[in-house]
Design a protein around this ligand. Sequence first.
Ligand code: HPA
Length: 275
Amino acid sequence: MSDAVYQKLLRCYDCVSGRIQTRPEIGIVLGSGLGTFAQEVQIQEEISYSEIEGFPVSTVPGHSGKYLFGTLAGHSVALMQGRVHYYEGYDITDVVLPVRLLGMLGVKTMILTNAAGGINPNFQPGILMMITDHITSLIPSPLRGKNIDALGVRFPDMSSVYSKEVQGVIRTAAVRAGVSLREGVYIQHPGPNFETPAEIRAYRMMGADAVGMSTACEAMALNHMGVRVGGISCITNLAAGMNKTPLTHEEVYETAKRVEDDFKRLVTETVREMI
Ligand code: HPA
């Protein structure tokens, strides 16, 4: 199975690498809340996911997503505007294909961003949380199947998925950007349904501070291939059962929009400070 996974990755890599002049050092996955981040970047090249044969394309009509290559704060960057989620029905190896491809293009550091529900009772909607660790045990591992030796080892260590160095950079960037930053553990829920209150109580006991439906599987695949990872969640809502009103996607979207400027400044300063 994984030979097929690697062959597909190589075909997508050939397609993209043949079309770009830029060699990105830093990759950024733009989650909900960073929709307009691309405006901060001097874009040199752009490739729609739908132009890459075999590439997983989001099932949301009109939102297939794209790679953008350019310069930001003196660094060469690759943006992923749009990602695919496990809940869309893709194999988990397809879900991580886009970030793996950036690693193969030479990206040394990836900043993963997302919207998440706050489980930590001290969190309010609108805060930004740096991810210090994650729980992915609820979804299949993207490393399942025959190991892709060209990317990494069969039994990779996961004791520091979110690089300590990058965490230091994000902390400094938060001070520079004048943004207050919390820290915590992210748990990936399979989705697409939001969680039940009982699930949230269980996740809190497991040690999670925030819950979302992306990111952790990407971080795991990147760690496997030796790419440094940083993660930032925009806490858009209190998790299920912590509020009187039911959760809606609109609530997530509205908070993400409200915090967008802080989020953009934090990511820009993170790129500027990156070592
Ligand atoms: N749960 C899961 N994913 C999310 C949430 C949530 O409460 N908010 C934003 N993404």
